[in-house]
Design a protein around this ligand. Structure first.
Ligand code: BGC
Length: 488
């Protein structure tokens, strides 16, 4: 954004002062990463650390040679996706899918049964539409074959309350399988999948054979999380299930949303404090509350309200009298502002900021005639600060797991050799739609001593479209194959 003489006004000065509270320097990034690595390692030793470090029992990335047909179901924060994935064995696949917005009342239903029954019905409708003969065969009882289903269950609110996440995960599968059986569908759940793991596998399958396989998967969407390839020798907590030990590594689900819940290194502004106090899970998912789409709009709303608390910097009074909002506007309602406004603010670089002004009208509920160019400039300054901090924290997390997974070190004939590239699969609305998110993440990667400028250039960050749904299908097939390996 170019500067103009109009930048030196009480409102813009106040916006800059608010924005400066979101500044997170390279030194902060380095301190944060040291603590992140400490928590990652602790999670490999203890059963209940702050970052769960959940074993996925997946020990290798897809090669692209896998074949078969499976179903992926992805229950995210907002949508339910059902898809079938046919892997052709040559990195290509045929994907059919349906998507529905989960009725909000089901997300807060007293019993999970209503939610699982809804999901089972969506699977039935999908099969009726896309694979009708399979339903018919099941009804005629003329076939005993069934679809393997991978269930991506990434429910931030419930997740933070889990005591033993993998045990609860099994309940989740049992509950859904029960509802599927009630409808007599030819479907067996073979894997419970985290969406970040799904992201890795869907990208791994689709990459050309000669390409480095992804060793990291990260989601920056409604929630945030990362999965990475960990050397087995460092996992000292018990691994209860069966798995293929021949690779010497396993993908670990960090659940990094709960990094630094005790706030020893994460940045803290008054807006972070207020957001946390009014959240459904205070003191939990503290990293996620600074990084993911579910929270960035609310942080912006709180910061804008603070701007208005300064008498000399009053907002949205373009006409000079009165103001453009009342207490019922989204600006005054908690959680009413979604994070897409941050992307619009970053994208609109016009002089008049007309697109952003329109978005302010739609998102904050302020009457158009009250939104001046200066108001929009102030929103842009604060939005950029919040988005930049989120992306820098995201880069810190990715860099730390690359360091922990020794991503650049590969053992060949007993010797450690430097790998040329590290591949990171990413998915989620924030990383996909927020302009410059990757560039800010890369700034953090360069700031980390063990990565630096030279290695940062050798980190591929690739988007895995619909990683969770398709990835869930790939994992359902891999799980079946892996089982065969273990048993043989
Ligand atoms: C959940 C993770 C999930 C992430 C991204 C977080 O809130 O705890 O399990 O992977 O959101 O969807």
């Amino acid at each position: 954004m170019s500067t103009s003489p109009n930048d030196d006004t009480p409102r813009i000065r106040r916006a800059n002062a608010i924005a400066s509270q979101f500044c997170y320097t390279d030194d902060d990034i380095r301190r944060c990463s040291t603590e992140f690595l400490r928590e990652l390692r602790l999670g490999l030793q203890q059963k209940r650390p702050s970052m769960c470090q959940i074993p996925t029992y997946l020990t290798r990335a897809a090669t692209g040679h896998e074949k078969g047909l499976a179903i992926g179901v992805d229950l995210g924060g907002t949508n339910l996706r059902v898809c079938s994935v046919e892997l052709h064995g040559d990195s290509t696949s045929t994907v059919l899918q349906s998507q529905a917005r989960v009725p909000p009342e089901l997300m807060v239903a007293k019993t999970s049964r209503e939610l699982f029954s809804y999901i089972a019905k969506q699977i039935r409708d999908f099969l009726l539409d896309c694979h009708p003969s399979s339903i018919k065969a099941a009804q005629d009882d003329s076939s005993h074959s069934f679809f393997a289903l991978g269930f991506a269950f990434s429910f931030p609110v419930y997740q933070s309350g889990f005591d033993i996440p993998d045990a609860v995960g099994q309940d989740v599968c049992k509950s859904l399988q029960g509802e599927i059986d009630l409808l007599c569908l030819p479907v067996k759940i073979t894997a419970l999948v985290n969406d970040a793991a799904g992201t890795i596998m869907s990208r791994a399958y689709a990459l050309p054979p000669a390409h480095t396989r992804p060793s990291i998967g990260a989601i920056f969407g409604t929630g945030t999380n990362g999965v990475y390839l960990q050397n087995l020798s460092e996992i000292t907590k018990p691994l209860d299930g069966d798995y293929d030990k021949t690779t010497g590594s396993m993908f670990i689900n960090t659940e990094w949303g709960s990094f630094d819940n005790h706030l020893s290194v994460l940045p803290i502004t008054p807006y972070d404090v207020e957001l946390n106090e009014h959240s459904v899970n205070p003191q939990n998912q503290m990293f996620e509350k600074r990084v993911s789409g579910m929270f960035l709009g609310e942080l912006l709303r709180l910061a804008i309200l603070d701007l208005d608390s300064d008498e000399s910097a009053k907002w949205f009074r373009a006409s000079g009298v009165g103001c453009g909002f009342d207490s019922s506007t989204p600006l005054h309602r908690r959680w009413a502002v979604d994070s897409s406004i941050l992307s619009v603010a970053e994208l609109d670089n016009s002089e008049s900021l007309l697109t952003l002004r329109n978005k302010i009208h739609l998102s904050l509920g302020i009457r158009k005639e009250y939104i001046s160019e200066e108001d929009a400039r102030a929103v842009k300054i604060i939005a950029r600060a919040i988005g930049t901090r989120a992306a820098r924290l995201a880069g810190m997390a990715i860099g730390s797991v690359i360091i922990q997974s020794q991503g650049f070190d590969q053992t060949s004939n007993g010797e450690v050799v430097e790998e040329t590239t590290v591949d990171v699969a990413v998915d989620g609305s924030v990383v996909e739609h927020y302009p410059g998110f990757e560039q800010h993440m890369r700034g953090s990667l360069r700031a980390l001593e063990k990565i630096g400028g030279e290695r940062e250039c050798r980190i591929n960050i690739g988007h895995a479209k619909d990683g969770s749904g398709v990835g869930a299908g790939v994992i359902a097939l891999l799980a079946a194959q892996q089982k065969a390996t273990v048993l043989s």
